[in-house]
Write a protein that binds this ligand. Structure first.
Ligand SMILES: Nc1ncnc2c1ncn2[C@@H]1O[C@H](COP(=O)(O)OP(=O)(O)OP(=O)(O)O)[C@@H](O)[C@H]1O
Ligand SMILES: [Mg+2]
Length: 358
C-alpha cells in the first residue's frame, strides 16, 4: 500500500473500529442486511488487524533504524577521534622534521659566534697585556727607551696590526650570526603562529616565506627555489595550518628531486574570490597508478623511516576545511605541480572586514 494511504488508514483506525461495531450492530438489528453487514464488519475488522500489525512492525523497524543511527553516530565519533589522533601524530612527525632542520640552521651561526667569542677572549687578553705595557712607560723615566722597545716587541709578538683589524671583523660577523638566529626564531614564530590557531586575515606570502626558511635546510642542497609571486589579497584562513600544507608540499618537492633540480613557488589571484599557490618541481614525477592514491592516509613510496604517508592526506583535509581544493599535474620523469586553490573568504567562516589584517 502507498505509504500516505497507509498513514491515513492508521489515523482512521479508531474510526474504522467504531464503524465495524456500528455496522455489526445495524446488521444484527436489520435481519435482511445481516450477511452484507457482517461481511462489511468482518472486512473492516480484518483491515483493522492487518494495519495494527503493520503499525507494530513499522514501530519495531523505526526503533531498529534509530538504534542503527545511534550506532553510526558513535562510529563517526570514534572515526573523528581517530582522525584527530592521526593529525596529532602527523603534527608530531612534522615538528620532529622541522626541529631537526631548525637545529641545523641554528647550529651554524651559533657555532661561529661561539668560536668568535673564544678568539675575542684571546684578543682581549693580548690587548690588556699591551695596555699594561703602555701604562708602565715612563716609570721610572730613565727606562723609557727600553720600555718603548719592549712595548713595540710585545705588539709585534702579539701581531697587534692584525688583531686591530680582525677584532672588528669578528664582532661584525658575530652580529650577523646573531641576526640570523633572531630571524630563524622569528620565522619559527611566524610559521607556528603560537596562540593564533584561529581564523584570521593573513598574508600568504609571509606564511610561505617563513615556511621556506624553516625547511630551507631540507631544500638548499638540491633545489634552486624560484619565487614567482603575484598580487595576493589577504586571505581569511587558519594560517598556521596552511603553513603546514606549504611545508608538506615543499618537502615533498625536494624529496622528489634526486640530485639537483628546481622548485617554483607560484602564487596568483584566481577570479575575484580565489587565490592559488603552486609548488612545481622538476623531480621524479608520479605514476598514473600512484596518482590515484597519493592523498590516501599512510600511502608512501618512501623508505621506512622516511615518510609516514600522512603529509598529503593532512594537506587535503586542511584545504578542505578552508573550502578549497588541491589539484595535481604530474609527468613521470619530468616533474610535478601541486596547486592549492583557496577562497579569499570561505563562505562557512564569517570573516570580519579585511581591514582587520594584523
Ligand atoms: N612532488 C612530488 N613528486 C613525486 N611524488 C610525490 C610528490 N609529492 C608526493 N608524492 C608521492 O606521494 C606520496 C605521498 O606523499 P605524502 O606527503 O602524503 O607522504 P610522504 O611524503 O611519503 O610521507 P610524509 O609526508 O608523511 O613524510 C609520496 O610517498 C610520493 O610517492
Ligand atoms: Mg610528504
Amino acid at each position: 500500500m502507498h505509504p500516505r494511504a497507509s498513514t491515513l488508514l492508521r489515523r482512521l483506525l479508531p474510526a474504522c473500529a467504531l464503524l465495524a461495531i456500528a455496522v455489526a450492530w445495524l446488521a444484527v438489528r436489520h435481519a435482511d442486511a445481516l450477511p452484507l453487514g457482517l461481511a462489511w464488519a468482518a472486512a473492516l475488522l480484518v483491515l483493522l488487524v492487518v494495519e495494527t500489525r503493520r503499525g507494530l512492525a513499522r514501530t519495531a523497524h523505526e526503533r531498529a533504524l534509530a538504534e542503527n543511527l545511534e550506532a553510526q553516530r558513535a562510529l563517526n565519533r570514534k572515526l573523528e577521534e581517530a582522525h584527530n589522533l592521526l593529525l596529532q601524530s602527523e603534527k608530531m612527525a612534522s615538528i620532529g622534521q622541522l626541529a631537526a632542520g631548525v637545529a641545523h640552521e641554528l647550529n651554524n651561526p651559533i657555532g661561529f659566534v661561539h668560536s668568535n667569542l673564544g678568539t675575542l677572549d684571546g684578543y682581549l687578553h693580548d690587548l690588556m697585556a699591551i695596555i699594561d705595557a703602555a701604562e708602565r712607560i715612563g716609570e721610572p723615566p730613565s727606562e723609557i727607551a727600553a720600555q718603548r722597545a719592549a712595548l713595540a716587541k710585545l705588539k709585534a709578538d702579539l701581531d697587534f696590526a692584525y688583531l686591530r683589524e680582525d677584532i672588528f671583523n669578528l664582532v661584525g660577523e658575530s652580529r650577523e650570526g646573531l641576526a640570523r638566529v633572531k630571524r630563524i626564531v622569528q620565522d619559527l614564530k611566524n610559521f607556528s603562529r603560537v596562540g593564533e590557531n584561529e581564523w584570521q586575515w593573513a598574508d600568504l606570502h609571509q606564511g610561505i616565506d617563513s615556511t621556506l626558511n624553516i625547511v630551507w635546510n631540507e631544500l638548499k642542497y638540491k633545489c634552486t627555489v624560484i619565487k614567482d609571486y603575484g598580487e595576493l589579497p589577504p586571505v581569511y584562513c587558519l594560517i598556521s595550518q596552511l603553513n603546514q600544507v606549504f611545508m608538506n608540499l615543499l618537502v615533498n618537492a625536494s624529496q622528489a628531486i634526486e640530485t639537483r633540480g628546481e622548485v617554483v613557488i607560484r602564487t596568483r589571484r584566481v577570479g575575484d574570490d580565489m587565490v592559488s599557490v603552486e609548488v612545481a618541481d622538476t623531480g621524479t614525477g608520479i605514476s598514473e597508478d600512484n596518482l590515484k592514491r597519493i592523498f590516501d592516509p599512510f600511502f608512501t613510496t618512501k623508505p621506512v623511516g622516511t615518510g609516514t604517508g600522512l603529509g598529503l592526506s593532512l594537506a587535503y583535509s586542511i584545504v578542505e576545511r578552508h573550502h578549497g581544493r588541491i589539484e595535481v599535474d604530474s609527468k613521470p620523469g619530468e616533474g610535478t605541480t601541486f596547486r592549492v586553490l583557496l577562497p579569499v573568504a570561505p563562505a562557512a567562516a564569517t570573516p570580519p572586514p579585511a581591514e582587520a589584517v594584523s
